[in-house]
Design a protein around this ligand. Structure first.
Ligand code: SAH
Length: 397
C-alpha cells in the first residue's frame, strides 16, 4: 500500500528539548517492531479515498464504511446490507484490519468492572478497564505499550516503554467497548459508553499525534467519529508541559487531569521522575492556563502514600499552591495508593485520607476520594501491567 504512516509521532516530550533521560522514550527495538497495520481511523479522508480507488471502489463507499464503523461499531463488512458483497473482503482487510484481540478478561464488582487484556499485531499486550456506574459507563484506555515515565509506585512504570500505540489501536478499544455496552455485555442490559479516561497504560501526551487523532474520532459524531463528547473524555498526564500547551491550542474541550502526587519539587522528584524535566511550578502554570483557555476545571490526581505525601503539611502546602492561582479552577482527586508488589509504599490510613481531604476543603478546594474499582483484579489505577497469570484469567481462546 502506498500510504505510509508519518514518522513524526508528535511527542510532547521530545519537543520540549533533546536532553536528559527522557529523550530515549521508545524501546531500543521499537523500529524493528514495525508499525501497526493502517486502519480507517489512521487515514485522512484523502488517504481513505486513495485506498478505495486502489481497490476499484467509488469514493462514496468510504463514507458507508465509516458510518457502519462509527455508528454501529460493526467491522464485518459482509453484514452491511448496503455494501456490495464483492468488495466486502478487500474493504475489511484494507480499512478494518484486526488491531487488537482479546486474550483474557477478568470481572469484579459483580460484573460491573471488566478488565480486558489485548494482544496487538506485534504480540504486545495492553489492557483496558470498563466500569459501570449508576449514571455513567467509563472506559479506561491505554495509549502506549508500557510507559516511559518511570513513576516508581506504578505497575506500568515498571515495564518501561515498548512503543507508542497507533490511533487505530487506541480507538479500537473504545469501539469494541461501545459495541459491548450497546449489546448488553454489562449487567442491566444495553448501556451507552459515556466516558473515556486515558488512565490505562502509557503517557498519552508522549504519543501526542496518535492520541489527538484518536480523541477527534472518539468525540466526533458519526460518520466522523464515535460520538462520545470531548467533555466526557479525560486526558491524564504526568505533566508533560509542552504537550499540555499544545493541547490548549487544539481547542477541544477534553478534561485535563494532572498527576501531581506531591506539593513540592523535592518530594515530586522522587515520586514522578518527569518532575526533574518539568517542575511543579511549570506543571501547575500549564494546568492553570489550560483551565483559563478551556474554562474546564482541571483535576489534580494525588495518590496517597502512607507517611510519604499524606500528612497535614502536604495538604496545606498543596492547598496554598493551588489557591495561588485563584478559586474554583481545580478539583483534587486523591486516590488511595494501590500498592504494587515489592513496592516500599503503602496506602494511607483512612484517617489520614480524611484529614487530607478536609484540609483541602477547608481551604476552599473541592476534593473527592477516587474509588478503587477493580483492585481485586489488578484493574485499579496504576495496576495495569499486562500480567498473564493463567490461573487468574478467564481465557477466551
Ligand atoms: N501517564 C498518565 C496516566 C497514568 S495512570 C499519568 O501519569 O497521569 C492514571 C493515574 O493513576 C495517574 O495519576 C497515576 O499516577 C495513577 N497511579 C499510578 N500507579 C498508581 C497506584 N499504584 N495507585 C494509585 N494510583 C496510581
Amino acid at each position: 500500500m502506498a500510504i505510509q504512516r508519518e514518522h513524526d509521532l508528535g511527542s510532547g516530550i521530545t519537543e520540549g528539548g533533546t536532553q536528559g533521560a527522557f529523550r530515549d522514550v521508545l524501546a531500543k527495538n521499537h523500529s524493528r517492531r514495525g508499525k501497526a497495520p493502517l486502519h480507517l481511523v489512521d487515514m485522512t479522508d484523502e488517504q481513505r479515498k486513495e485506498v478505495a480507488a486502489q481497490l476499484g471502489m467509488p469514493a462514496f463507499r468510504v463514507k458507508q464504511l465509516a458510518q457502519h464503523y462509527f455508528a454501529h461499531g460493526d467491522t464485518d463488512v459482509h453484514n452491511y446490507s448496503d455494501f456490495p458483497a464483492r468488495f466486502a473482503d478487500v474493504a475489511k482487510e484494507a480499512f478494518f484490519p484486526t488491531l487488537i484481540e482479546p486474550v483474557a478478561e477478568q470481572e469484579a464488582d459483580n460484573g460491573e468492572t471488566i478488565k480486558t487484556l489485548w494482544r496487538l499485531f506485534d504480540d504486545s499486550r495492553i489492557e483496558s478497564v470498563l466500569m459501570k456506574y449508576p449514571t455513567r459507563t467509563t472506559l479506561c484506555i491505554s495509549s502506549q505499550v508500557g510507559c516511559g515515565m518511570d513513576c516508581p509506585f506504578c505497575a506500568t512504570g515498571r515495564l518501561g516503554l515498548t512503543r507508542n500505540m497507533s490511533a487505530g489501536e487506541i480507538v479500537e478499544q473504545v469501539r469494541i467497548a461501545a459495541y459491548q455496552c450497546a449489546h448488553g455485555r454489562l449487567p442491566g442490559g444495553s448501556t451507552r459508553l459515556s466516558n473515556i479516561v486515558f488512565m490505562g497504560m502509557g503517557e498519552a501526551l508522549g504519543n501526542y499525534k496518535a492520541m489527538m487523532t484518536a480523541i477527534r474520532q472518539i468525540s466526533a459524531l458519526p460518520p466522523e467519529g464515535l460520538g462520545i463528547s470531548a467533555r466526557n473524555i479525560t486526558l491524564s498526564t504526568v505533566g508533560v508541559v509542552p504537550g499540555i500547551r499544545k493541547l490548549i491550542n487544539e481547542h477541544i474541550p477534553v478534561r485535563l487531569a494532572v498527576s501531581l502526587h506531591a506539593p513540592s519539587d523535592e518530594l515530586r522528584n522522587e515520586l514522578v521522575p518527569m518532575n526533574k524535566r518539568f517542575n511543579t511550578t511549570q506543571v501547575l502554570d500549564a494546568a492553570h492556563d489550560y483551565y483559563l483557555s478551556s474554562k474546564r476545571r482541571v483535576s489534580i490526581e494525588y495518590a496517597l502514600m502512607r507517611g510519604i505525601n499524606d500528612q497535614a503539611e502536604h495538604a496545606k502546602l498543596l492547598a496554598k499552591r493551588l489557591n495561588h492561582y485563584g478559586d474554583d479552577w481545580v478539583h483534587v482527586n486523591p486516590i488511595p495508593l494501590n500498592p504494587i508488589e515489592g513496592s516500599k509504599w503503602t496506602a494511607s490510613k483512612p484517617e489520614d485520607e480524611q484529614r487530607f481531604i478536609e484540609i483541602l476543603r477547608s481551604a476552599g478546594i473541592s476534593a473527592t476520594l477516587r474509588d478503587t474499582r477493580g483492585s481485586d483484579i489488578d484493574g485499579a489505577c496504576g495496576q495495569l501491567a499486562a500480567k498473564e497469570l493463567a490461573n487468574n484469567l478467564v481465557s477466551r481462546s
